[in-house]
Design a protein around this ligand. Structure first.
Ligand SMILES: CCCCCCCC/C=C\CCCCCCCC(=O)OC[C@H](COP(=O)(O)O[C@@H]1[C@H](O)[C@H](OP(=O)(O)O)[C@@H](O)[C@H](O)[C@H]1O)OC(=O)CCCCCCC/C=C\CCCCCCCC
Ligand SMILES: Nc1ccn([C@@H]2O[C@H](COP(=O)(O)O)[C@@H](O)[C@H]2O)c(=O)n1
Ligand SMILES: [Mg+2]
Ligand SMILES: [Mg+2]
Length: 204
């Protein structure tokens, strides 16, 4: 859904991409810096219970994922390896966010197995959403559909974790339940989309 905002967002993102390109940073370097920033924010802050500041750091660095592509496009350095690196680093960042939450609530001094279980489910189902698209593309069909693509998943998780860090009650557990449900629905939506396309293309 948020993917549809891309053309409108590119009016803001492209000038930032141009400015970043003038620093001499390559798209791949921006991808890697963004990933280190998200992983550092998630694993440096979340296990210590610093959900607000962790979310602030992650939010800053997650935007690098929009700027790497913009820099690649404005400098003419778009590459297939860059696309491959970008997608794989997305999975590392996503895993780090939920791992940080899990590490917090699996600790003996703050145990909450409901949150641990939900965060684990969100980690695995989110990875499956992305894998379904990658595998679909591997067999020559598209699966860029669903109510919880990466942008939506990031927003729900970061808002829930960040607000929990500000002391808002129940927001984390409600956010994770929503995300778990939306991710599971998205997996089903992608399977259905792939099945439909294959039925059409493989008709005798
Ligand atoms: C009050 C204290 C709390 C603090 C709250 C903090 C709130 C933070 C809120 C939002 C921040 C998150 C912003 C999200 C930015 C998204 C950045 C991003 O991911 O951009 C790239 C993304 C994907 O691009 P790719 O094509 O390169 O990636 C592909 C994708 O990952 C596929 O994933 P899949 O869907 O399959 O799982 C992979 O399959 C593929 O491999 C991979 O290549 O691009 C987008 O998602 C496009 C649109 C994102 C638009 C986000 C706009 C957000 C703008 C503002 C949000 C502000 C909300 C503020 C709320 C504040 C509430 C308190
Ligand atoms: N290091 C990179 C990162 C991205 N790309 C190209 O941009 C596309 C993704 O753009 P986003 O705005 O969604 O980040 C990706 O498919 C590549 O074509 C790149 O070349 N190198
Ligand atoms: Mg990117
Ligand atoms: Mg990315």
């Amino acid at each position: 859904m948020l993917n549809q905002l891309r053309p409108a967002l590119s009016r803001v993102i492209t000038p930032v991409g141009r400015a970043l390109a003038r620093t001499g940073l390559t798209p791949n370097a921006i991808t890697i810096i963004g990933t280190f920033g998200v992983v550092g924010g998630a694993l440096g802050f979340y296990p210590r219970g610093e959900f607000f500041w962790g979310t602030v750091v992650i939010t800053i660095f997650v935007f690098f994922d929009m700027f790497d592509g913009a820099v690649a496009r404005v400098t003419g350095k778009t590459s297939r390896f860059g696309a491959f690196l970008d997608s794989n680093m997305d999975r590392v960042s996503d895993a780090a966010i939920f791992s940080g939450v899990i590490l917090r609530f699996a600790r003996q001094d703050h145990p909450d197995m409901m949150i641990v279980g939900l965060a684990l489910f969100c980690l695995v189902s989110g990875a499956l959403v992305s894998y379904a698209r990658a595998r679909a593309e591997g067999i020559g069909v598209g699966a860029t559909v669903g109510i919880a693509e990466r942008g939506e998943r990031l927003i729900v998780s970061l808002v829930a974790i960040g607000l929990d860090g500000l002391g808002v009650p129940y927001v984390l557990v409600v956010g994770l339940w929503l995300l778990a449900l939306a991710s599971a629905i998205t997996v089903v939506q992608r399977f259905v989309a792939v099945r439909k396309q294959l039925e059409v293309s493989e008709q005798p």
